[in-house]
Design a protein around this ligand. Sequence first.
Ligand SMILES: [Zn+2]
Ligand SMILES: [Zn+2]
Length: 137
Amino acid sequence: MMNIEEIGIHLKKHDIKPSYQRIKIFQYLLEHKNHPNVDTIYKALAPEIPTLSKTTVYNTLGLFIEKNIVKVLVIEENETRYDVDTGVHGHFKCEKCGKIEDLDINFGELNISQLSDYKIDERHLYFKGICKSCLNK
Ligand SMILES: [Zn+2]
Ligand SMILES: [Zn+2]
């Protein structure tokens, strides 16, 4: 886990001026790998940063995406969530509790012969259903 100082260095390395708000937003994403949306991040940080606005959160995430340190996750069309893990991985969304879990998937093992002569820019793989803990309730 990166500390505040390391987050600052990480942002600078990606050409982002490390303001306090940006550092806090990135730190929140690192600490909450449940793919939060703008609202969740805003509500969590607002008590600590009274000057924060929802627009700032939204714009900061936009900047992170532009600089490739955060990815957008669109599983529902009406809901944008954010992922600090920019590596290739899959997702599972629970339709009951709404949580989105990361899945370790070896995409190299998915042998899709139809795509063998294509140039692939993005890969998304997600599952929807009911998670183990909701099923056990
Ligand atoms: Zn669930
Ligand atoms: Zn993820």
